[in-house]
Design a protein around this ligand. Structure first.
Ligand code: ZN
Length: 248
């Protein structure tokens, strides 16, 4: 249970902040029907990431990635943004929120209407041909995977398609990381939602914002590695708490 007074304090921080940013992880999308990959019953409990989701394993045998990808797509393609995603999008529309940094690959924050979303782990709905670099975005690739076209091929050259979600062993993309750092240095309040902040270098970002003078609110079901950095820690579901502290 969370304290009503903490909610009130968090809401005051939101009201008083000029520039707000958010940093989101798997926990914000759980209520949209996308289980945390690392959780019990999550993707990585059923598919060994070393075998299905490293750069080496993809280059060796893309069939393995896309076999896992078929299941992932079934979840992601039909997921809809929830009240937490929508609350952040509203906050941006009001001119309070200047950007969302996300570890998620599900495109839900954009579907909610957010304009500035910095994706540190890429976007699963986006794919590129590994031969000619043709870009594919949306459901079409996943629909053909669902029909059994594994691995999916490029319509132009027949090359194999690779999802833009980053694989284990791949570096975080340079530009989003640079944009995330810039956002952290220019924010009055960072709301960290649904991540235990265990994966570096991303886990370092709230600390960076704090060092630059920002207040930090952490919203998560469980304890995180950065609770000590937070000014306010709120235990609970993102879909309950985010609308509560941003609705005014
Ligand atoms: Zn191609």
């Amino acid at each position: 249970m969370f304290l009503e007074s903490e909610i009130k304090k968090a809401k005051e921080l939101v009201i008083n902040a000029g520039k707000i940013s958010a940093f989101t992880g798997a926990g914000i999308s759980v209520d949209s029907g996308i289980p945390d990959f690392r959780s019990e019953g999550g993707l990585w409990k059923r598919f060994d990431p070393l075998e299905h989701a490293t750069r080496e394993s993809f280059m060796r045998d893309p069939t393995k990635f896309w076999t896992m990808g078929k299941e992932l797509a079934e979840t992601i393609v039909k997921a809809k943004p929830n009240d937490a995603h929508l609350a952040l999008a509203r906050l941006e529309e009001q001119g309070k929120l200047t950007g969302v940094i996300t570890l998620n690959i599900d495109n839900l924050q954009q579907s909610a209407g957010s304009k500035r979303v910095i994706e540190l782990h890429g976007n699963y709905l986006c794919a590129h041909c590994i031969e000619c670099n043709e870009e594919y975005f949306g459901r079409a690739v996943h629909e053909s995977v669902a029909k059994g076209e594994i691995p999916p091929k490029c319509e132009k050259c027949g090359g194999i398609l690779k999802s833009d979600a980053i694989l284990f062993g791949e570096p975080l993309p340079h530009e989003p990381m640079a944009n995330a750092i810039e956002l952290c240095r220019d924010t009055d309040l960072m709301i960290v939602i649904g991540t235990s902040l265990t994966v570096y270098p991303a886990a370092f970002l709230p600390q960076l914002a704090k060092n630059a003078g920002a207040k930090i609110i952490v919203i998560n079901l469980e304890g995180t590695n950065k609770d000590d950095v937070a000014d306010i820690v709120l235990r609970g579901r993102a879909t309950d708490i985010v609308p509560m502290i941003t609705d005014f």
